[in-house]
Ligand binder design. Structure first.
Ligand SMILES: CC(C)(COP(=O)(O)OP(=O)(O)OC[C@H]1O[C@@H](n2cnc3c(N)ncnc32)[C@H](O)[C@@H]1OP(=O)(O)O)[C@@H](O)C(=O)NCCC(=O)NCCS
Length: 157
């Protein structure tokens, strides 16, 4: 690992309003299917809700290069408790992967959830996201169920 990639050169802290432009850019890279307006609405929700947080990873205290978004859910599939910490999003910039940053982000998300009364964490990913499934497993997450989601538009008349 080069010095530039060593954990000491990186910090993690919760997002605040000044982070919006950089956080938006990273979110749009991770969830390109959502519109900018939808991202802005979701980010405003996170900043305005004590049961949601975005933990941001900065290189040398300045450049945003990853995030973990975490919320508190009243329940989650496979979990036995209420107020479950839920990993909603988890992203590390491509060139910085496999250096331990993803693990630090999740550990920070777990600390945040525990500090709000959660005793379990839950998460989800696409079935074909093998990297995410492997990384979740390495961080101690067990696979509990695979789901297919459906939708149907209702007539308005
Ligand atoms: C998933 C992701 C955030 C992991 O970030 P990262 O910085 O590479 O994670 P780390 O280096 O801390 O690795 C965490 C663990 O996962 C394992 N891991 C990471 N990438 C892996 C891969 N490609 N294959 C197998 N295991 C992997 C690591 O070995 C590590 O376990 P260890 O500490 O016991 O060795 C990153 O790959 C990413 O941003 N992917 C694209 C977005 C995405 O799919 N997010 C998850 C959707 S829920």
């Amino acid at each position: 690992m080069s010095l530039a990639h060593s954990p000491a050169a990186f910090t993690i802290r919760p997002a605040g309003p000044p982070d919006l432009p950089a956080w938006l850019a990273l979110r749009m890279a991770f969830w390109p299917e959502d519109s900018e307006a939808a991202h802005r609405e979701q980010m405003a929700d996170i900043l305005g809700d004590a049961d949601q947080a975005a933990l941001l990873l900065f290189q040398d205290g300045g450049r945003l290069c990853g995030f973990a978004e975490v919320t508190i859910h009243p329940r989650a599939i496979g979990c036995e408790t209420h107020r479950v910490g839920y990993l909603e999003g988890w992203f590390v910039e491509e060139g910085l992967r496999r250096c331990g940053h993803g693990r630090r982000l999740v550990e920070e998300a777990e600390r945040w959830a525990a500090s709000r009364g959660a005793r379990e964490m839950a998460s989800d990913t696409q079935l074909d996201n093998g990297i995410s499934r492997a990384a979740h497993a390495r961080l101690g997450y067990e696979e509990v169920q695979a789901l297919v989601h459906f939708r149907k538009r209702l007539r308005s008349d």
